[in-house]
Structures are given as C-alpha cells and as structure tokens.
Write a protein that binds this ligand. Sequence first.
Ligand SMILES: [Zn+2]
Length: 438
Amino acid sequence: MRKKRICAIGIGCLISMAVPGAAVFADAPLPSMEAPGGEGSAPAEESSSSSAEGTEAPSEREEPAGPGEGAAAAGGTTIIRDSQSRTDYSEIGPGIGLDKNAESQNQENAGTDFTTLTVSDPVIKPAEKYSYEQMKTDIEALKNRYGTAHMTVNTIGTSADGREIYDIIIGNANAGKHVLIQGAMHAREYMNPLLMMKQIEDALAFYDTGSYNGRNLSDLLNQVAVHFVPMSNPDGVALSQFGLDAIQSADLRDRIQNCYASDTAAGRTSLDFDTYLTRWKANARGVDLNYNFDALWNNASSTWLLPSSSGYKGIGPASEPEAQALVNLINNGCTWVAVLNYHSMGNVIYWDIEGNQVKAKSQHLAQLMSAATGGYQMLYSGGGGGFKDWLQLKDNPVPSITIETGKVDCPMPLSEFENVWAQNRAGWALAADFALLY
Ligand SMILES: [Zn+2]
C-alpha cells in the first residue's frame, strides 16, 4: 500500500499499486424502487433468472430493451428525470458545444472543428471482431505513426487469463485534470473498443490542427489528460469473439464450461455452447464486472448467484482483477473530473443512482452528451455494484455516465458502427471540455 497519494501516471505499470478496500457503502440505504420493472431496477433483474442468454431487457442491468425497442421502450418503464430539462440548456449553466457565446469567445485562433475532418489512411480500421490482439498491434502502430509526445501507454492490471489492461493517456499526462473513458467491461459489447481506438486516433491526428467547441485540441489536452481504457474485460472479449479456445487457462476453461452447465440446468439459457459464448458478458471467471464494484454491493441486484455468462456479482467488491485495475487507476491520486463508460446497446445514457454524491455534475455531463449524440435518452439506473455507481457514491466522488451505444443486440454487426461512430465520435473531447468547467 502506498504511503501517500501522488498522481501516479506516466510511470509505466501501475499493477502493483494495490489499494485495498475502497470505501465501503454496504451500509448505505438500498436504492429506492423508483423504476419498478425498469431495465435498471432491482426487481427486474432479480426476476430475470431465465434470461442469461440475453434477449436483452431483463438480464441487462444497464442495457435497455432488445432490438427495435431501444430507448423508447426503456423509457416507458424507467424513470426519466430529464425528458424536459435535457432540452433546456439555459438552465444548466455554461454549455459545451451548445453555448454559442462560449464558442465564439474561444474561436479566435482556433483550428478546424475536428469532427469535420477525416484521418487519411487511418491506422484504426473497423472490423467485425475488433480483437485484443488487434488493439495491441494498433497501439504500437499509433505510436509509430503519431509519435509518443502526446500519448502515454500504461498497463493498469492483468486479466484473469493474463491479458494486459491498457490505459492510453492522450495529452499532458501531468495535467491538473484527468478524465477516463472505458469500455468493453461487458464482453460482447466489443464495438466500443473500436470506437475508442478511433477516438484516440482522432485526438492524435488532429492534436495540432483541430479544435472542439472553439478550443484548440492542443490547448484542451494540455489542460486535461484523457485516459482511454478501451478494453476493461479483454478475456471476455476474446471469449465472445473466438470461443473457448481463446482462453489459455485450463482452470478458466473448466469454469466457463461449468457456467454453461449451471445456466443450462437452471433454464437460464437454451443456446448451444458456442452461441452461448458469443453472448457472454462476464469476465473469464464468470463474474459480471459491472456488479463487482463497492457500491451498495451487499444489496446489489445481481441476477444470479453462481458464476455465469452474466449477472453474477462475485464473492466480494472488486474481487476481480479487472475491477481492481479500474479502482486502482481512480485511486492513483489524480484529480478525476469525469468518467465515461461505454456499454451497448440502446442509445441511452444512465447518469444517476440513489445517493449520487455528484448528481448535478453527472446530470450536466449527461445533458451535454445527450445533445452531442443527437438525442440519446437520459435514464436513471438502480441496482448497484456498477463502476459508474461506485464513482458516484465513493469518497471523492467523480461525475460519471454510462453511454449505451447502438440499436441492435450484442454482439453488434459492423453495419451498426457508422451510426455509433457518428453519434459518439466527439465524446472524449466533450468530456475533456466538461472538465474545464469544474
Ligand atoms: Zn454493458
């Protein structure tokens, strides 16, 4: 355990910086059941024992209803606190990408809005199954193409099956403010690592020439370090993409087969084994990482009590190396101002939880992101155990939102990427610009 907290970035591997026992919120009151039947609510999950294979709605804690239903259907059963205010930006203070006065003030000497530019011959190329191995290759290729002046690559942990969890910092790693963008905590949601790697390439390609909201990216990224953890659950992604052979540990392979046996026996799945694996959400140990954080964990509305493809919260908060890696990153002493969590699907944004210590800021961030995405609906999330929940409830809370990209079942076909990209390309820059407000 470290004796004092410094902002420990840019020093390579942070794996050894164990931070035991993040703040305990087990005594905090249960989230109120404000959204009975809603996708984000406790009752829905606990009653969804037959949906491990994920026909989406019931088994998804942060994913709304299935194909074709999306945000509208979710909105029908989930508390929407923002349906009015999210379109009334006059009440939310200085806007980002919306406040024309702020934009014009910044516009002098600003470069071209980067969202209007296109990277020629990009390093990052869309693929149906954008893999861990491809990501590793691309990280090196980005270094070769753009240099390392504005890019710091750390690893923050190692997965259960031995894969590195990368933290790619764009901008001034010693900046006074830091934001985190993480994705693929759920295995089958592996379009988001592709989104984030392309975001990284945007930031590098247009670092010196591009602007956002009238501010040069170089200025923005000098003041705010943007951390990307594109693949928080690399084992799960490999399993969902390539099946059981992608897992190297024999013990883990046995465990995964046991998950299938118990899910089948319990009627949680009727899929064949290979298809079951494509729908996998958990890590390779069968723990659903977005229930594994110390946020109302004792009462977290996990959908299942055994290791499984989804819904099992583990034996204790941050019991999983992938969850601990993110906890350690946030506890590294940096000043974290915002966190984006990319999940899929639904084209919605979860921004709140009962007891949220950073309610106004999280709402503001969600409102701005909703506008930037072209109207992702803002929803309340209940339950507990999620990374967003932990960030919002812990000591030194961090404004955080969960963005559910895409409109079809996961794993999403590549044809969905065009919309996901168009709606979310600017997300990282918005988060950095938001950081300057607080
Ligand atoms: Zn998810």
